[in-house]
Design a protein around this ligand. Structure first.
Ligand code: KG4
Ligand code: ZN
Length: 343
């Protein structure tokens, strides 16, 4: 196969394609001897378009993906300095995500793969987020516990291998990122508010408001709806009474509750699993307060803490290509019947 550079018999290039939500992304990752390295990483963000509507509009996302996916993939190949004939596998996000958005990437990857006789590897977006951690100097090695915290997920997994995960606990309602975005919106921040909430929280008093922790039941589950509603009510009540609210205090107190809840569950997951590694992933893994909190949790539990570089926390093609490499090695392949799955 052309894509296998036979110098050491093991090096290969993987083209990763991601279109599950509001970023059209492609990347070339080099895989060799069980390790991965980024060769290019192109992300076309739709955030400014969705911002007008206060959130992602699925119909618009699909249309925007189809407009730029060819260009984004070409740029990824050009920036890596490789031709399509050098690619050993095409990895594409096939689930979960917005169906109309996923279908664009899946169909594009399928056409490219089968027209050029390149193996097609479907990738789970969540596993992709975790795989962003493999693109570092000192990556984690399974088995480990991972905490995936994003706009759509807040889940703890036992990752037995690069490709096999068991869910330990998850949110029963909203995801943490979604809660950050909604609370940010009521205090006047633009969508998506997570990054601005992070900065604002540094200026506030985390003890100013006492919000409930985002925990559900006795197991390792979460619930963010109570915390989100408490923060929203606090802002609405103050505005009805004509009282000034301190936005930084709201951001700090809300963030404190999120960090306390996630760290508590992560600590429990480390104890229950006996794992000595915790791997943080997802868009919210960019949050400085959560990074610091989980690092401390790991220290308390004698575990090593891993998080992706900030540039790879949000949706990108490199994480999909990295996971694609390990899926490829494990024999994961898709045929022409590959479809997108929203969940
Ligand atoms: O993983 P991601 O890019 O998309 C999904 O797969 O959902 O995550 C996006 C989410 C948004 O809710 C965004 O507000 C949040 O990640 N986010 C943050 C930060 N940066 C992005 N949340 C808190 N603090 C941040 N620094
Ligand atoms: Zn994501």
């Amino acid at each position: 196969m052309i894509g296998f550079l036979s110098a050491k018999g093991k090096k290969m290039y993987i083209l990763g394609i991601e279109s599950s939500c509001d970023e059209t992304a492609a990347s070339v990752v080099e895989g060799a001897d069980g390790k991965v390295n980024v060769r290019s990483n192109i992300v076309a963000s739709q955030i400014s378009m969705h911002r007008e509507w206060g959130g992602v509009v699925p119909e618009l996302a699909g249309r925007a993906h189809i407009e730029c996916i060819s260009r984004v993939v070409k740029e990824a190949l050009d920036a890596a300095g490789v031709a399509l004939s050098d690619i050993g596998a095409i990895a594409v996000t096939s689930n979960p995500g917005l169906i109309g958005a996923l279908l664009i990437g899946v169909n594009f990857a399928k056409s490219l793969a089968f027209a050029n006789n390149i193996p097609l590897v479907p990738v789970d977006h969540i596993k992709g987020h975790v795989a962003a951690n493999y693109l570092t100097e000192a990556p984690p090695k399974p088995p480990f516990v991972s905490a995936v915290v994003s706009g759509g997920h807040t889940t703890l997994y036992m990752c037995e291998s690069y490709t096999s995960y068991t869910e330990l606990g998850s949110t029963l309602d909203d995801a943490a990122g979604e809660a950050f975005d909604k609370v940010g919106r009521v205090i006047g921040l633009k969508y998506p508010a997570g990054a601005e909430m992070d900065v604002l929280a540094k200026e506030g008093d985390k003890t100013a408001y006492k919000f409930p922790l985002p925990l559900a039941g006795k197991e390792l589950d979460f619930s963010f709806s109570g915390l989100k509603t408490a923060a929203l009510n606090c802002v609405h009540n103050a505005s009805q009474k004509g009282e000034e609210i301190n936005r930084a205090d709201i951001a700090a107190s809300f963030t404190h509750a999120v960090v306390s809840g996630i760290c508590k569950r992560a600590g429990e997951a480390i104890e229950r699993s006996g794992s000595k590694q915790l791997v943080f992933a997802g868009g919210v893994s960019a949050n400085s307060h959560l990074r610091a909190g989980l690092k401390e949790t790991c220290r308390e539990h004698g575990a090593e803490f891993f998080c992706p570089p900030l540039s790879l926390c949000g949706d990108n093609g490199a994480m999909i290509a990295a996971q694609g490499y390990y899926e490829y090695l494990a024999g994961t392949r898709a045929g022409t019947e590959l479809n997108a799955k929203p969940s």
